[in-house]
Write a protein that binds this ligand. Structure first.
Ligand SMILES: Nc1ncnc2c1ncn2[C@@H]1O[C@H](COP(=O)(O)OP(=O)(O)OP(=O)(O)O)[C@@H](O)[C@H]1O
Ligand SMILES: [Mg+2]
Length: 221
């Protein structure tokens, strides 16, 4: 186990439908601390499956995943571990439409022991960083698609996670918003030293990343 790895997968496999679908096939992957990694591959190649396994949203059929050298099936069980260490960004945002920007970003802080003042400060700081401060009291349902994704990114980052997992975060965005989001990820990666793993179909996303890997039929190429 390499000490500098944030995540390491060892012979990771995921079968679905009683073994009829092999979504992920024996994947060995090391993700370094502070890395901005892109995952490419055609539809059905296993990209989301890999991301879900790394994030503990799904459980492998075989193999192991380590987070800073600790087996995730153990360490993810610890109360608050995933909340404090992982952030998720999805293509479909999954914000609460009836809540405003600030309320959405405060959500992950609900269980935190910080004072109300500190929570507000953290939320406002990250909202500032994603340049949504002028919309802080707007209901999410009144935001543009690009603005919604920036709020989702703020929510993913508000706990200062070590790892952000993003599944086609620009999949619903036009080319201008795509570049905004990619450059925002790059900035967050460099300024906050957060490791980012991003599934993407965008060729132009690759220039923002440190490295890319490709999956094909569940196998790492
Ligand atoms: N819950 C599930 N039940 C059964 N099969 C599944 C399930 N989730 C994924 N699969 C299958 O596993 C394979 C990999 O799926 P996955 O969603 O990881 O692909 P992907 O690379 O993310 O594709 P896309 O680019 O379309 O999002 C596919 O064949 C898919 O049909
Ligand atoms: Mg997918």
């Amino acid at each position: 186990m390499n000490k500098e790895s944030l995540i390491e997968t060892v012979n990771l496999s995921r079968y679905y439908k009683d073994g009829k679908v092999l979504a992920l096939d024996n994947v060995c992957l090391k993700i370094a601390k502070g890395e901005f990694l892109a995952i490419k591959g055609s539809s059905g190649s296993g990209k989301s499956t890999l991301l879900h396994l790394i994030g503990g949203l799904d459980i492998p059929t075989a193999g192991e995943i380590y987070f800073e050298g600790q087996i995730v099936s153990e360490v993810y069980k610890k109360r608050g571990f995933r909340l404090n260490n992982l952030g998720f960004v999805f293509q479909a945002f999954y914000l609460w439409p009836v809540l405003n920007v600030l309320e959405n970003v405060l959500l992950p802080l609900m269980e935190s022991s910080l004072s109300r003042q500190k929570k507000l400060q953290k939320a406002k700081d990250i909202i500032n960083l994603v340049e949504m401060n002028d919309k802080i009291s707007s209901s999410v349902s009144n935001l543009s698609i690009g603005q919604r994704q920036r709020v989702a990114i703020a929510r993913a980052l508000v706990m200062d996670p070590k790892l952000v997992l993003a599944d086609e975060p620009t999949g619903n965005l036009d080319s201008k918003n795509t570049e905004n989001v990619l450059s925002l990820f790059k900035t967050l990666n460099k300024q906050r030293d957060v490791t980012i793993v991003m599934v993407t179909h965008e060729e132009k996303a690759l220039i923002f990343c440190d490295r890319w890997i490709q999956l094909s039929d569940g196998k790492l190429q």
